[in-house]
Design a protein around this ligand. Structure first.
Ligand code: ZN
Ligand code: ZN
Length: 55
């Protein structure tokens, strides 16, 4: 595992060693807004995004 920042709130989290953020483009004139196409989120943001499906 290696340290990373949550793509939503920049909290320190851990991701798999082989994780690489894939950027589509700078976000100019594109719906990706320059964000990674495979964002990693902390538990909090994941909960917010997907609802509290996990206890
Ligand atoms: Zn793009
Ligand atoms: Zn977060």
């Amino acid at each position: 595992m290696k340290r990373w920042d949550c793509d939503m709130c920049n909290t320190d989290i851990e991701v798999a060693d082989d994780y690489e953020a894939e950027i589509c483009c700078s976000g100019y004139m594109c719906g990706c807004y320059g964000k990674p196409v495979n964002p990693v989120l902390c538990d909090k943001c994941e909960e917010q995004l997907f609802g509290k499906s996990i206890n």
